[in-house]
Design a protein around this ligand. Structure first.
Ligand code: NAD
Length: 243
């Protein structure tokens, strides 16, 4: 196993997925009974699906937005916000989640690589902005006034995730990479661990079950519920204990 010294200079990059929000009551995608067991990816998470049936796609994200609006961050979200606040070195949190729970927990150094439920993207003026409440084909762009051109500010399959240059720069300088609650099936996020390894980072996965056991991608695999293993891991890190 590779070894790193934990010090004030240690640069940390964290990637989170749907698993970190599961204990906040939000469904994951690929677990049994998850979102993809009930909906077809092509229908609700592609630009083509949106063009085919805008009301279906709006209904899908309206339901998710309503659920996310009442969800509360769990101890895993809170621990990451505390780590960011207390960490003397560089820290970046990259989330694939669109639910806004990291912000509710207080995270600031945060990129939503797949967009957010609390945003709109206007296909008429190309601009993005904050959005609250339901969206429909009758919604009006707050910026250009066009009716019927809004979509949720979500990165769909086949589209380029946000903030990629900044994320790759941080991965290239990382000393410690944490992957939390993600199945490692959606690219490019699934490759971040390889980027971090190439940069010499120690790579750690915290997940209910190791997602890619035997692939030699993670130096350390910690299995357990995010609400339990993430706070324990962060506590040790802040006490200066090596992972
Ligand atoms: P995924 O459903 O593919 O994988 C979830 C992972 O979390 C699995 O490996 C599972 O073992 C693990 N997990 C489940 N419950 C857990 C728990 N309590 N503690 C720790 N780990 C747990 O999700 P993914 O890898 O994030 O897939 C990527 C896509 O899912 C992204 O595009 C993202 O936008 C989307 N997504 C987001 C949300 C959200 O915003 N809350 C919800 C569903 C899907």
């Amino acid at each position: 196993m590779r070894d790193i010294e934990i010090s004030a200079a240690t640069s940390i990059v964290v990637l989170t997925g749907a698993g970190i929000s599961q204990e906040s009551g939000l469904d994951t995608f690929r677990d049994a009974g998850g979102i993809w067991a009930r909906y077809d990816i092509d229908d609700v998470a592609t630009p083509e699906g949106f063009r085919r049936n805008p009301p279906l796609v709006h209904d899908f994200y309206n339901e998710q937005r309503r659920e996310a609006a009442i969800a509360r961050p769990n101890p895993a979200h809170v621990a990451l916000a505390e780590l960011e606040k207390a960490w003397p070195g560089r820290f970046l949190l990259v989330t694939q989640n669109i639910d806004g729970l990291h912000e509710k927990a207080g995270s600031k150094a945060l990129f939503h690589m797949h967009g957010t439920l609390d945003g709109f993207l206007c296909e008429a003026c190309g601009k993005r902005g904050p959005w609250k409440g339901d969206m429909s084909s009758a919604s009006i762009c707050p910026l250009c006034g066009t009716k019927g051109a809004l979509r949720p500010d979500i990165v769909w399959f086949g589209e380029m995730p946000y903030h990629m240059p900044e994320i790759y720069r941080a991965l290239g300088e990382a000393d410690l990479f944490l992957s939390i609650g993600t199945s490692g099936t959606v690219y490019p996020a699934a490759d971040f661990v390889r980027e971090a390894r190439q940069a010499g980072a120690l790579t750690v996965e915290l997940n209910l079950e190791a997602s890619r056991r035997g692939h030699g991608l993670f130096d350390i695999e910690i299995e357990g519920k995010a609400s339990e293993c993430v706070p324990a891991f962060v506590h040790d890190l802040l006490k200066g204990r090596r992972p």
